[in-house]
Design a binder for this molecule. Structure first.
Ligand code: CMP
Length: 143
């Protein structure tokens, strides 16, 4: 079954949006198979955001994502990568549709509350980067 990596960013944790966000994915019907509150190191931030290393906002991005705890999650379900991105809304919260997480709660592209993998390849890479095997759970969930 498809899995994706989602992360409530430091602004989302600070604003007490973690529960709201978990609730949305639970109510949609996806299955939570891994979750933890964690502090991202400088090294992990630079690896995770490696594709943006030449962008002018790279330093700001690394400083922000390491500024406080994040809530890292693995969600499972059919088409979960695309569905989660639809539920998150566009990267720039001012362009994100109402009803999406960023559309409902965000104001700036830097502090856009949540990160989600954008492809099966990045989902696999990000899950392995943030989680050890023993932190990922296989169990039966009732529909
Ligand atoms: P995310 O999906 O986590 O992946 C890359 C992040 O870069 C993106 O969310 C935004 O939060 C951030 N980002 C994109 N554009 C800018 C920008 N112009 N200034 C600051 N951060 C940005």
């Amino acid at each position: 079954m498809e899995q994706t990596f989602l992360m409530v960013k430091p602004d989302g944790v600070q604003r007490n949006l973690t529960g709201e966000i978990v609730n949305r994915f639970e109510r949609k019907g996806f299955k939570l198979v891994g979750a933890k509150l964690m502090q991202i190191s400088d090294e992990l931030a630079k690896t995770h955001y490696g594709e943006h290393k030449d962008k002018p906002f790279f330093g700001e991005l690394v400083d922000f994502i390491t500024s406080g705890p994040v809530f890292a999650m693995i969600w499972e379900g059919e088409n979960v990568i695309t569905a989660a991105r639809d539920m998150m809304g566009k990267t720039n919260p001012l362009e994100a549709a109402p009803g999406t997480i960023r559309g409902d709660f965000g104001m700036t592209v830097g502090k856009n509350i949540i990160h989600g993998s954008d492809s099966p390849e990045s989902a696999e890479k990000e899950i392995n980067l943030f989680f050890n095997d023993h932190e990922v759970f296989a169990y039966t969930k009732q529909d």
